[in-house]
Design a protein around this ligand. Structure first.
Ligand code: UD1
Ligand code: UDP
Length: 385
């Protein structure tokens, strides 16, 4: 009964790694747990960079990534690879994070071996199964498999209640806010010379990312056209865009934005460089989930380059606006932030609906409670239910 609880954390993409790293480390620091980590390797360079920054070593690495990989290949290679890992590690609990194909396949592999699953960042929903694609379906299916649901916000928990999802539910805050406690520093020096050369005081620096599958094709072209016009018509603007390594994304981005003045198309940067870029920029334009959570915590307005969001909390708080994927609307909203100081100030206040930096500790307590090692269920983050 006093043996350690063996927790195997499974993740494979950059955002999962950034959000799971503090949890893997937290569990490892506590005597009640044995904390193991299995990378699927759905991403490679972008994943390895996170492991390096957080000084984490994988116990297992399935190394599944292929150039232009398909959803079926990620899913099938993960499920097959996990077989040996689960048989060798014999975990008491498998943790997965969020909504990627690694998340879904990792949870399904755990289910096939009758290992209970804990879902970190549970309960996010758009209620549209094709947007985000395939993430909405991935997280919904993991909701059915999981025994433990670690919801960042009360809104996420209510989504699960609405679906009558079984299992224990906790409101923990998002672990990304835990991660930001160590990455954001006022004296940070970028490791990318182009970023050190930027004058963040006198220039209007906009941080940009865009990678989602449902934006492939026309929506992504519209977004790039809007950015092109913004750069050409605003000499005070510097667009800093670390471009995702997906060849589909890179063809579109470089095809439209290459060699434009004041447009900095750089390779993906490590998470410390990214968080500090956001901390110093004017505002953020993105279709990323993670950036929608991080930028509000830093007091930076966000224009979301999507039709919907599963993160309505910062929209309600007024720091995030849904810009959609039409060129004209995106331009209008960006110009408003550039030209209208009152509109900018109304969005640029720091809010933290997504966490208080103690999500990992709450998740650890939740696991202890689930395994009968704690008498009381841990208190929720934020508002009472
Ligand atoms: C995946 C997730 C998405 C998440 C995103 C974070 C799925 C279906 N999608 O999308 O939810 O928001 O990660 O970034 O799980 N590549 C490299 N090196 C890397 C990473 C990617 O070369 O380190 C290239 C490969 O050619 C790969 C392609 O990018 O085939 C796409 O990667 P993939 O993981 O399939 O999709 P993402 O768009 O990254
Ligand atoms: N990020 C990073 N380097 C970059 C771009 C993003 O470290 O060049 C970080 C970002 O700060 C956030 C995470 O990656 O923590 C978001 O990942 P991504 O946008 O790829 O996926 P999503 O959050 O949309 O699933």
């Amino acid at each position: 009964m006093n043996s350690k609880i063996k927790v195997l954390s499974v993740f494979g993409t950059r955002p999962e790694a950034i959000k799971m790293a503090p949890l893997v480390k937290h569990l490892a620091s506590r005597p009640e747990f044995e904390s193991l980590c299995c990378l699927t390797g759905q991403h490679r360079e972008m994943l390895d960079s996170v492991m390096e920054i957080f000084q984490l070593k994988a116990d297992y690495d399935l190394n599944i990534m292929q150039v232009r990989q398909t959803l079926s290949s990620i899913t099938s290679r993960t499920i097959l690879g996990m077989e040996e890992v689960i048989e060798s590690a014999q975990p008491d609990l498998i943790l997965v994070h969020g909504d990627t194909s690694t998340t879904f396949a990792g949870a399904l592999a755990a289910f096939y071996h009758k290992v209970p699953v804990g879902h970190v960042e549970a309960g996010l929903r758009t209620w549209d199964k094709y947007s985000p694609f395939p993430e909405e379906m991935n997280r919904t299916l993991v909701g059915d498999i999981a025994a433990l649901h670690f919801c960042p916000t009360i809104n996420n928990l209510r989504n699960l209640e609405r679906e009558a999802v079984a299992g224990s539910k906790f409101i923990t805050g998002n672990t990304v806010i835990d991660a930001m406690q160590t990455t954001v520093r006022p004296d940070f020096v970028f490791s990318v010379p182009e970023l050190n050369a930027l004058d963040f005081q006198s220039r209007r620096v906009i941080a940009v990312t865009c990678h989602r599958r449902e934006n492939y094709g026309e929506p992504m072209r519209n977004i790039m056209e809007a950015l092109r016009e913004l750069a050409l018509s605003h000499p005070e603007v510097e667009l800093v865009y670390p471009v995702h390594l997906s060849p589909v994304v890179r063809e579109c981005v470089f095809g439209i934005l290459k060699d434009l003045p004041r447009v900095h198309l750089i390779d993906p940067i490590d998470v410390e460089n990214m968080h500090n870029l956001m901390a110093r920029c004017d505002f953020v334009m993105t279709d990323s989930g993670g950036l929608q959570e991080e930028a509000p915590a830093l007091g930076k307005p966000v224009l979301v380059l999507r039709r919907e969001t599963e993160r309505p909390e910062a929209v309600q708080a007024g720091t995030v606006k849904l810009a959609g994927v039409e060129k004209q609307r995106i331009l209008e909203l960006a110009e408003e932030l550039l030209n209208d100081k009152a509109a900018y100030n109304a969005m640029a206040h720091a809010v933290n609906p997504y966490g208080d930096g103690h999500a990992c500790a709450r998740i650890a307590q939740g696991i202890l409670w689930h395994f009968g090692r704690l008498a009381e269920k841990p208190a929720d983050f934020g508002a009472a239910r």
